[in-house]
Design a protein around this ligand. Sequence first.
Ligand code: HEM
Length: 485
Amino acid sequence: MSHGFPLSVFFLPFWLLVFFSLVVFLLVGRQKRRSGREAGLLVPPGSMGLPWIGETHQFYSEDPNVFFASRQKRYGEIFKTHLLGCPCVMLASPEAARFVLVTQAHLFKPTYPKSKETMIGPWALFFHQGEYHSRLRKLVQGSLTPEAIRRLVPDIDTTVVSMLESWDGRSITTFHEMKKLSFDIGILTIFGRGMEEQCKEELKKNYYIVDKGYNSLPNRLPGTLYSKAIVARKRIGEILRRVMKERRRRGNIDKDLLGVLMGSLGGKGNLLSEDQIADNIIGVLFAAQDTTASALTWILKYLHDNRKVLEAVKAEQMSIYRSNEGGANSLTWAQTRSMPLTQRVILESLRMASIISFTFREAVADVQYKGYLIPKGWKVMPLFRNIHHNPEFFHDPEIFDASRFTASPKPNTFLPFGNGVHACPGNELAKLEMVILIHHLVTKYRWEILGSSNETEYGPFPIPKRGLPARFFKISSHGDEHHRT
Ligand code: HEM
């Protein structure tokens, strides 16, 4: 999922931004005054920054953690700001996140920039709420349950093993490699094993063009990243239509996500349209790829930086490796579910990295929360990262301590996959990828981080600086390094 502000807006001609902001400022100001007068409530405390521009400059020039934390310290768990022409209310408490995402979710709709909707396709489930959303969600969720994904274990296993083999002795950019892995597993989940190599390559090529244009200025002039991405997005639509046609010719019997979507009704007794299916397939690929790749990259970094944790995880994985005759037998589904320490390391990595730092909704009506008014039309942002790094809920939050997950976190304090009607349906698949990667990595490889640094980049998801360049070496089952000749 992409939960960053539309960076592109930053590059709009300044006067256009000022004009746009002024209109929004005046409209919202009127709305606020009218609603506030009627209900006698005030909007939350906070600074709306400079007229028109709000606090956009600070948001982009400060470390986002500092931006949120300093305001939370000053104003408390709920505060207002103004970013990129939008008045926003930020919510940094578990109760507030639950209010927006779960108990009063009907009062807050998903909100994305138009350019993103055009790129992914307007029928993708995360742009919707209500009936269409819940119907689509059941289908997507149904193909990602533990029962549905357990059949993927052997294929994920093979994909991970061959990726690691290809790294032996090489320097790589971890995040780029992890993107390839999460893409391949996304394809496997959606299309099953049967996708032709040529078709997959064509899809991949165009998908990467879309990926590059996704966070660029939405400028349709020929030659821009955005316009190339729009053309590639059309080509993906054509490829998917061809795949669907071929499936119909064969008789659609596959139980993968494409099969499920093709066999399902979209309302009024009609099957989902080809556009609806294509938008949701691209939506799932997008939601799955960078998020999972970022999490996998952070896991490698945390294991590298915490040697004792690495040794303990290795001991847990080696006992499985030995029981599989030194890797001669493949990892089983049951084994992936019984790695308690590894599971805790994954949860702690998700907390520390907080890949989706926050999400956006928009109030569909004037809403009251704890005596404050959230005016209709304002953006609302539950701040997952602040909750995950609040010492009230996680003692010494900046310390990597997997043992904290020996007990369950307090309710609504651990939200790496969100909460409520839009919570991540892919969370089990993401965790499955993580355990399989960790198993093969720690039992057979050693790795060094090149130019080690603790800086984070946002693109828009947090990743270690420069995507974590690293070098990998295969070790023998006795722990010695293989010497390549
Ligand atoms: C570590 C990896 C992942 C993380 C941290 C993550 C996180 C999230 C979060 C926080 C949301 C909710 C966003 C919101 O409420 O606005 C979400 C939604 C979603 N995720 Fe994930 N995700 C991950 C992997 C995946 C995978 C592997 C898939 C699919 C195979 C997936 C598919 C989706 C979809 C389709 C939605 C939209 C659900 C809806 O709107 O109903 N995600 N994800």
